[in-house]
Design a protein around this ligand. Structure first.
Ligand code: RIB
Ligand code: CA
Length: 307
């Protein structure tokens, strides 16, 4: 019996792919749905990538198509970091599996209602457009979600990290604020963790030599130039988020009040997360550090399941 259910909402995406591999190999959770959203790529690409990933990871988990653009803004994709198809240098044939009968947010609501214990965690690895649409269309959904663990934003209260550069929030800040306004318990995994949790080229070689799945990741990483970390290696932001579910003990966290602020630059208005650790009332647990060596050991262990 697993501890609790998880619904993953993602925009695969190379680091989404590794996060999904970790989540579906975690002993303590049961992934009920992989919901997709446009973000790194168009919704057509992210759905196809998610379907293919369930085949690669040999799991029978429904994949739902979700929002094709932000709640208000126009889409601005991240193919410069993820590759034109969102899987870096890995190209694959059309997946055999078909998307779930319902699209998100209906698909998410379907599985939330299916879980009477109401102990479903949302693992959000992309823009939060689907979650905002879920809360708007189904106001009672917030009572069926135990917490939202999301990759997004910047914790750096000194402003040293350009907070408006974090993609998931910048893509749909209005959706992110709708989610924050729901008062669902939040765990934030900011981009600074990806700045330290990355695989060096040597470690990517170790991943390649593991097995066929490792070889696929190696091809993905081959073109994954994560501009946050430069050419040091592949920053696995989303995996940090997934590992919070299976191994929260490898993180250091602090409580904070988080909200969306806007930054105007060159005629553009960027949305970013203002993270206040000194606020009197806190609304989120923020991951401020991770044991990188333990993180990598857990990921290798999950990868070796495919030997
Ligand atoms: O800023 C990093 C986030 O943006 C990750 O979720 C990555 O997959 C991209 O979606
Ligand atoms: Ca992502």
């Amino acid at each position: 019996m697993k501890d609790y259910y998880v619904i993953i909402d993602c925009d695969p995406g190379i680091d989404d792919a590794m996060a999904i591999m970790n989540a579906v190999n975690s002993e303590n959770i049961e992934v009920k749905l992989i919901s997709t959203v446009s973000g790194n790529l168009t919704i057509e690409e992210t759905v196809k990538n998610a379907l293919k990933l369930t085949e690669i990871f040999k799991v029978d988990i429904p994949v739902a198509e979700g929002a094709r653009q932000p709640v208000k803004r126009q889409s601005v994709y991240a193919s410069m970091a993820q590759g034109t198809k969102g899987m870096g240098g890995y190209t694959f044939s059309t997946p055999k599996t078909k998307p779930f009968i319902y699209k998100s947010p209906d698909a998410i609501y379907f599985f939330l209602k299916e879980n009477p214990a109401k102990n479903t965690t949302l693992l959000c690895l992309g823009p939060m457009t689907n979650i905002a649409n879920l809360l708007t269309k189904y106001p009672d959904a917030k009572n069926l979600i135990s917490r939202i663990v999301f990759m997004g934003g910047s914790k750096d209260e000194n402003g040293m990290t350009e907070p408006y550069r974090e993609f998931n929030v910048a893509y749909d800040p209005e959706a992110t604020q709708i989610v924050f306004d729901s008062n669902i318990p939040l765990v934030m995994v900011p981009m600074e963790l990806g700045h330290i949790a990355y695989f060096t080229p040597e470690e990517q070689g170790k991943i390649k030599r593991a097995n066929a799945v490792g070889e696929i990741f190696y091809k993905m990483f081959s073109k994954y130039n994560d501009f946050h970390v430069g050419k040091l290696g592949a920053a696995v932001h989303d995996s940090c988020c997934a590992l919070y579910l299976s191994n929260p003990e490898i993180f250091r966290t602090e409580e904070a009040f988080i909200k969306i602020d806007y930054h105007k630059q060159k005629g553009q208005e960027y949305g970013f997360i203002n993270c206040n650790f000194d606020a009197e009332n806190k609304n989120a647990t923020v991951c401020v550090d991770i044991d990188v060596e333990k993180m990598k050991k857990i990921i290798y262990g999950n990868l070796f399941n495919y030997n």
